[in-house]
Write a protein that binds this ligand. Structure first.
Ligand code: FNR
Length: 186
């Protein structure tokens, strides 16, 4: 890792056009320090995991996804919550990334998980599951700070975060993650 600059790949676990979680991700990308290269990877092209497909080599969309993780010094995931759990398409993408058949790109990867939802709990249940999946794959998951953006529909307007406390918490957590990535890559 270049100690002057580092690269973060960010993903939102939603395919929805007006996804609150993507708004949070874009906010973090915009607020990054100049020294940080922050790329957003869209999961919409990832096929359903199938070991038979994988045996013939990862599908092109998966190759691109895995490269986006591999090239990054840190992985940042903003997850929604469906039925008190991780959205299936996000779990599916992480399973492709973690599978050892064609290389587990999550191993030793510094990672940060946060999320936003209209409920008070702000994706707490989903975050636990995403962290478990990442830990099982050997990723180095930052445990603190935790960021649960609850009641998000009152905090975003026209695709922008309007709530100052939320912006502060996000900006602080991004700075903490940058430190975590630097520490884990030493
Ligand atoms: C939800 N939602 C939801 N929210 C939550 O906080 N806890 C939950 O258990 C659920 N369950 C749930 C199930 C299903 C099937 C859907 C479609 C939705 C609401 C969810 O948080 C809301 O739709 C968010 O807006 C989804 O995130 P994005 O797409 O805005 O990023």
């Amino acid at each position: 890792m270049n100690t002057e600059s580092l690269k973060i790949t960010g993903i939102a676990g939603s395919l929805r056009k007006d996804s609150y979680n993507r708004v949070v991700l874009k906010h973090l990308a915009q607020e990054r320090p100049d020294s940080v290269d922050f790329s957003i990877y869209d999961l919409k092209h990832i096929p359903l995991f199938n070991g038979d497909l994988e045996e013939n080599g990862d599908p092109e969309a998966v190759v691109v996804f895995k490269e986006a993780i591999e090239e990054a010094d840190g992985l940042l995931i903003v997850t929604p919550e469906y039925s008190h759990g991780v959205p299936g398409m996000l779990k599916n993408a992480l399973d492709w990334a973690a599978s050892v058949t064609n290389e587990n790109v999550l191993e030793n990867k510094p990672a940060f998980v946060l999320g936003a939802s209209p409920a008070m709990t702000g994706t707490a249940f989903a975050q636990v599951q995403v962290k478990q999946t990442l830990a099982a794959a050997g990723a180095l998951v930052m445990q603190q700070p935790e960021v649960y953006v609850g009641q998000v529909s009152n905090k975003i307007e026209d695709g922008k975060i309007t709530d100052e406390k939320t912006k502060q918490a996000l900006d602080q957590s991004l700075r903490a993650f940058i430190k975590w990535v630097q520490k884990m890559n030493k």
